[in-house]
Design a protein around this ligand. Structure first.
Ligand code: XLS
Ligand code: NI
Ligand code: NI
Length: 437
């Protein structure tokens, strides 16, 4: 173990609301909330790409990130050293999971066999660090969007050789995930979409994507990898239209191609808002189908139309996330992955700590607020009462399917005008949530 990368930063501890800036004000890993420890509820994860590979460049300017441990080279030594730094970071924050793309952790060489050998070298270090610290891989994934070969997409490329390369890359990434005992594996559709329909056979591309995912499921079973598969919706960026545009589109795709039994959804906040939905909507849509698997916890800027991947600090957002998560009894084997990057102006190593602390505290508060709302019970009582006509009589018959249109007609002719509807009380309920926040 070399010199610490963050020599001036101690392990971050809970110090309560009046603690210093490098402490948790709300996140206390072992505190019990709603019957479980905060660590069990939240399962925080660091995104390797944003935290250790993002130079903080933007379309108008070079990277600004100061990362003294990184020599900027593509050497294996640098990649392995970065792993040690990453685990020092996870340990100091008390974060128990991380996530990466194959190309985040190890550089690509001239051909696939050499690339895979380099990856193996780095995986050896990842494994040793996982064993040393107990930190686990929440999910792995294959980067099928960065290299120029993927300019027309990967699984949905017009060129079958590119599909083959991507498949080989996923094969290796699955082996690595298995080797590292990963809790899961994500497929985000990178460049699986189109820039113009004029050159695109949409039907064929969708079929290829399904074929690709089936091949991955087969290989997962073949090697005995037990991690959960996820698909991560995003409507645009980099393409004009991504096939995995939102939760509903993903669920439809998975159902159409007989994949729903093998996948859950990894919902990302900034992707939800780019799709014109709230995170809460997307999480509820996935949960309603029994398919809410994990979340990429970030936030966008509603004034900006792109994926800004900011750290989540809005308590309404984290409260809504935690209400849905508590309702479904937890996220495991998924977790709360900070797919988020510090702002270009927040370029120091210390900012990486402030950002994660801010996100963790915001989720800790969201958890406590959501637990209090559920304990109090008023919200649930209101909703239950709102649907009470379905619990017996005609409502129960409709729900059970034991009724015809003729019977419904006869029922309502006899009954006459229904009772006036009741108020939805939106403002009262919004005030109720405010009361807990
Ligand atoms: C990009 C996605 C990506 C996935 C993993 O917008 O969020 O980071 O989470 O490939
Ligand atoms: Ni993501
Ligand atoms: Ni994203």
């Amino acid at each position: 173990m070399g010199n610490p990368a963050f020599p001036n930063i101690d392990t971050i501890r809970y110090e309560g609301p009046s603690g210093g800036p490098l402490s948790f004000k709300h996140y206390q890993a072992d505190e019990i909330v709603a019957g479980k420890t905060m660590r069990e509820h939240l399962r925080f994860s660091v995104a390797y790409w944003h935290t250790f590979r993002n130079p903080l460049s933007d379309p108008f300017g070079a990277g600004t990130a100061v990362r003294p441990w990184d020599d900027g080279s593509d050497s294996v030594e640098n990649a392995r050293n970065r792993v040690r730094v990453a685990f020092e970071f996870f340990e100091k924050l008390g974060i128990e999971f991380y996530a990466f793309h194959d190309r985040d952790v190890a550089p690509e060489a001239e051909d696939l066999p050499r690339t895979n050998r380099i990856l193996d070298d780095v995986v050896e270090t990842l494994k040793a660090e996982q064993d040393r610290t107990g930190v686990k891989l929440l999910w792995g994934t294959a980067c099928l969007f960065n290299h120029p070969r993927y300019l027309h997409g990967a699984a949905t490329s017009c060129n079958a050789d590119i599909f083959a390369w991507a498949a080989a890359q996923v094969k290796k990434a699955l082996e690595v995930a298995h080797e590292l005992n990963s809790e899961g594996f994500v497929f985000w559709g990178g460049r699986e979409g189109y820039a113009t329909l004029l050159n695109t056979d949409l039907k064929r591309e969708l079929e290829h994507l399904a074929k690709f995912l089936h091949l991955a499921v087969d290989y997962k079973n073949k090697i005995g990898f037990g991690g959960q598969f996820y698909i991560e919706p995003k409507p645009k960026e980099p393409t004009k239209h991504q096939y995995d545009s939102d939760v509903a589109a993903c669920l439809n795709f998975l159902r159409q191609f007989d994949l729903l039994a093998h996948f859950k959804i990894n919902v990302e906040t900034n992707h939800a808002t780019l799709a014109g939905h709230t995170m809460h909507h997307e999480m509820e849509a996935a949960a309603a189908a029994g398919a809410l698997g994990s979340i990429d916890a970030n936030t966008g800027d509603l004034m900006l139309g792109w994926d800004t991947d900011q750290f989540p600090t809005d308590l309404y957002l984290t409260t809504q996330c935690m209400l849905t998560i508590l309702d479904q009894g937890g996220l495991a084997p998924g977790g709360v992955n900070f797919d988020a990057k510090v702002r270009r102006e927040s370029f120091t190593p210390e900012d990486l700590f402030h950002a994660h602390i801010a996100g963790m505290d915001a989720f800790a508060r969201g958890l406590k607020i959501a637990a209090a709302i559920r304990d109090d019970g008023q919200l649930k009582q209101f909703v239950d009462r709102r649907y009470r006509s379905w619990n017996q009589g005609i409502g129960a018959r409709i729900e059970s399917g034991d009724i015809t249109l003729e019977e419904l007609e006869a029922y309502i002719v006899e009954k006459g005008q229904p009772d006036p509807n009741e108020s939805g009380r939106q403002e009262m309920l919004e005030a109720l949530i405010n009361h807990y926040i």
